[in-house]
Design a protein around this ligand. Structure first.
Ligand SMILES: [Mg+2]
Length: 263
């Protein structure tokens, strides 16, 4: 572990008072990891089991909204994030879906540009994955608009050969997330999406706290005041203690501090 990553509770009041927005990653940060997904062979039936926000976390978010904007940044789709946040959703909440391929703010969707050859490449990849479903131990595709999440029993290098065949121009990235391969457009990350959002809101990087646990959070943890939940996987300026869900710990810490500093 990187010894320069400081415990969250050493964040100074001066640094805290600058914060205007908090960005939470979802899986493994504010809900436990492990979403079960199953699709039938021809894609006409789909089943998904996941988690919901705990009542204590929801009540902390409601308190936190008095002081800062709240955003959720996830690889999951927008519909999922809308359902997940239904108890706290209002104009002050911003949803960054599909690793920032879609940003839902104020009832509008903001998005980066996608070249046409991107969709052609992902369509070809989808067909190749279906052809090789047995060898890949495919569970199914998570419904998404811009990105693709290929859920499989475990990692399998074969997918990289399929990506090479499907994407001769090399426009797509493909990374294992622990339960699926995330496929998306190179250059788009939770960090580039956060930059787009920060510019729209007129926020500087030291006015944003970000928290995450995985490699797809790397760019956003570097962009803001990053709080890593898994310091052995991805670094941040600060880290949570490792007891319980890190996003819950961050929300507790911020509510306590901001209530005492701002009243
Ligand atoms: Mg995560």
């Amino acid at each position: 572990m990187d010894a320069s990553i400081k415990p969250l509770n050493t964040m100074s009041d001066e640094e805290l008072l600058k914060i205007k927005m908090v960005v939470f990653d979802v899986d493994g940060v504010i809900i436990p990891k492990g979403t079960k997904l199953k699709e039938n062979e021809d894609g006409t039936m789909f089943h998904m089991e996941t988690h919901k926000l705990s009542p204590e976390f929801v009540s902390n978010l409601i308190k936190l909204k008095k002081y800062v904007k709240i955003s959720f940044s996830s690889g999951r789709n927008l519909l999922y994030l809308r359902t997940l946040t239904k108890d706290i959703y209002d104009k002050s909440v911003i949803l960054q879906a599909e690793n920032c391929a879609m940003i839902f703010i104020n009832g509008e969707i903001m998005q980066p540009e996608f070249p046409a050859n991107y969709f052609e490449a992902t369509n070809r990849l989808r067909n190749l994955v279906i052809k090789n479903a047995t060898a890949l131990k495919l569970r199914g595709f998570e419904p998404k608009i811009f990105n693709m999440a290929v859920h499989m029993e475990s990692e399998n290098e074969l997918i990289y050969d399929l990506v090479k065949q499907a994407d001769p121009d090399g426009v797509i990235y493909c990374i294992w997330t622990g339960e699926a391969y995330d496929v998306g457009l190179k250059g788009i990350s939770k960090g580039s999406g956060l930059d787009l959002l920060a510019k729209r809101l007129g926020l500087s990087r030291d006015e944003i706290i970000t928290t995450g646990n995985a490699l797809n959070d790397k760019e956003m943890l570097e962009y803001g005041v990053g709080v890593t939940v898994e310091p052995n996987v991805v670094r941040g300026k600060y880290m949570t203690s490792g007891n319980g869900l890190g996003g819950h710990e961050l929300a507790n810490f911020l509510v306590d501090k901001l209530e005492s500093l701002k009243g």
